[in-house]
Design a protein around this ligand. Structure first.
Ligand code: ZN
Length: 176
């Protein structure tokens, strides 16, 4: 592509593009996870990027759990948010590499999970983390005297645990 001449028109166009990009990023970042509606896509760390590419706005998302039924719902919600922000032409692409892990959940996201009564996933999840039992602190009282009741909680990505100190059951966001 030949380089455009520098000038007022060019600057205004660049400005418009930057504004559209900021609008797209804000719209997508605020979309909430259908299974855990307290978490936004930004909190979950599944929004990989929003960028201009060959005159198009490209939104890159990464799926959380492969085969998680929420993945399709999230994509639809993102497309709806972009359309509502006046950017129906923005394109949503799936980025599989590097794969998402619970380590991508932001500090804000971890605090929200805890406030909601879900124990946030332990850090530095690696291969096999799903098959090990981490030390899980009760999101209510902070006690680590907890035990697993069931591998599956209210959704496939959460396990059901119980606190021995306050006797309350809680969900634990499993590590991957
Ligand atoms: Zn407790």
């Amino acid at each position: 592509m030949p380089s455009e001449p520098e000038g007022k028109g060019h600057a205004a166009g660049a400005d418009r593009r930057a504004q559209a990009l900021a609008r797209a990023r804000a719209a997508v970042a605020a979309v909430v996870d259908p299974e855990i509606p307290i978490l936004t896509l930004e909190d979950l760390g599944i929004l990989r990027g929003v960028a201009h590419q060959d005159g198009e706005i490209i939104v890159e998302l990464t799926p959380t759990y492969i085969g998680c039924p929420a993945t399709f719902a999230i994509r639809l919600a993102v497309e709806a948010a972009l359309a509502a922000a006046g950017l129906p032409e923005a394109r949503v692409v799936t980025q599989l590499s590097p794969p998402w892990s619970t380590d991508a959940i932001t500090e804000v996201g971890r605090r929200k999970l805890k406030a909601f009564g879900i124990a946030p996933p332990a850090r530095a999840a690696g291969p096999g983390a799903l098959f090990r039992d981490a030390v899980v602190a009760c999101p209510r009282c902070g006690s680590t005297k907890t035990s697993k009741l069931s591998e599956f909680g209210s959704t496939a990505c959460k396990a059901q645990w119980r606190c021995e100190a306050c006797r309350e059951p809680f969900d634990y966001f499993k590590c991957i």
